[in-house]
Design a protein around this ligand. Structure first.
Ligand SMILES: Cc1ncc(COP(=O)(O)O)c(C=O)c1O
Length: 388
């Protein structure tokens, strides 16, 4: 009998984890209970399906309690939350914002919406998030710090902020990043779009950023159809975030006065109704997802040159999207793995194309991106739904 190929070994490890079951498996599908139907029906019966209603307030309160932040503001998606966060933090025309090259395109696009420029930075293979040591050396080389904050010596532009992502739900190492933000005068934004339910050193992610964001897209751990939230620990900032995401309308029984340029980003009540039911299920989703990750870890131990990505030691991850990393010696097999698994009904995907390779970002400033470029060739996401 001929020896199994690496793609066959990976297929078997996935099938073994999914209890050998035949059938099709998507990357991440939502799970709904009776609760969601009851809340959505109640919302429809109330007639308040848009931006006003009890479910939006309730969802925000539940989110703040769950994540441990003072304020949560529900919006239409994670991208609008990022755009709002960057605008409120004063990112504007020609400001540079440090953004991982390894992220979903929304992180970079939100910077562009403000008139700023994403400046791409590298990640650490152990966390898949920003590499703080490499960043420290880089900023030491290129930054001139003064009363205006941090100026990029090479471009003459201000570096105003950094957006860090908790890739696939795995918390980035926030302590050293916070330290860099203090030293270089940078605003910190946590893009926790993928990380609801993940803890960094015992606290929910999103507590360290000046502003942080979540996403409730249909492929996330919990969903509101489309949706997102801003998180912060500053009441005044929370009020402002709510104000600008509701078109900056000055509260009044009948007159329409808007006191600044705002955005129509408020989450509709009907989506929030769905979200309330989903949040009630979140602890059980996290338990199931962590159990699936443990089963994958055990199955992949037997597959040489393949590493099932596990949470960093300081974190408790939600394991939003499970990932395997091929050793460089077998990285040329990646497309065979993708072809075989997808042909067999098991949805697998390569990681996002790196931001600096996308046509609109090819000329943007960047540091050396060797680690991200290596990971791009070797990472594969595998089925991760809470129903598995
Ligand atoms: C890292 C990251 N940032 C931002 C977003 C944007 O969220 P949304 O799709 O809700 O706009 C997503 C997900 O879709 C994401 O994965």
């Amino acid at each position: 009998m001929s020896e199994q190929s690496i793609a066959e070994k990976i297929l078997l490890a996935i099938r073994a984890t999914l209890n050998g079951t035949e059938g099709r498996f998507s990357l991440h599908e939502p799970k709904f209970s009776e609760k969601e139907s009851v809340y959505v029906q109640d919302c429809m019966d109330s007639g308040f399906v848009s931006s006003v209603g009890k479910y939006v307030d309730r969802f925000e309160q539940m989110l703040a309690e769950y994540t441990g932040v003072r304020r949560a503001v529900a919006v239409v998606n994670g991208t609008s939350a990022l755009h709002t966060a960057l605008s409120l933090m004063g990112v504007g025309q020609n400001d540079e914002v440090l953004v991982p090259a390894l992220t979903f395109v929304a992180t970079a696009n939100a910077v562009t919406y403000t008139g700023g420029l994403p400046h791409f930075i590298d990640c650490d293979e152990e966390t898949l998030g920003v590499d703080p040591l490499k960043l420290e050396n880089y900023l030491g080389d290129i930054c001139q710090t003064g009363t205006q904050g941090c100026k990029n010596r090479l471009t003459g532009r201000r570096i105003k902020a950094i957006v860090v992502t908790h890739t696939f739900g795995h918390p980035v190492d926030l302590d050293p990043i916070e330290d860099l933000c203090r030293r270089f005068g940078l605003v910190l934004i946590e893009d926790a779009a993928e990380a609801i339910g993940s803890l960094y050193k015992g606290s929910h992610v999103g507590n360290r950023g000046d502003l942080s964001i979540l996403s409730f897209n249909g492929n996330k751990t919990i969903t509101t159809g489309g949706g997102g939230a801003l998180l912060c620990n500053d009441d005044a900032l929370g009020d402002l975030a709510k104000h600008v995401t509701t078109t900056a309308k000055v509260p009044h029984p009948w007159s329409y006065v808007h006191d600044r340029i705002g955005y129509n980003y408020r989450m509709p009540n009907i989506n929030a109704a769905l979200g309330c039911g989903q949040l009630e299920q979140l602890p059980s989703f996290i338990e199931r997802k962590r159990s699936l990750a443990r089963r994958y870890a055990a199955a992949f131990k037997a597959v040489p040159a393949v590493r099932f990505f596990q949470e960093p030691e300081y974190a408790r991850s939600n394991y939003w999207l499970n990932a395997i990393l091929l050793d460089t010696s077998i990285q040329d097999s990646r497309d065979d793995v993708l072809t075989l698994t997808n042909r067999q009904g098991i949805m697998t995907r390569p990681v996002w194309t790196l931001m600096h390779k996308l046509p609109m970002y090819q000329k943007n400033p960047r540091m050396d991106l060797t680690t991200s470029e290596s990971i791009e060739k070797r990472l594969i996401n595998i089925p991760s739904s809470p129903i598995l």
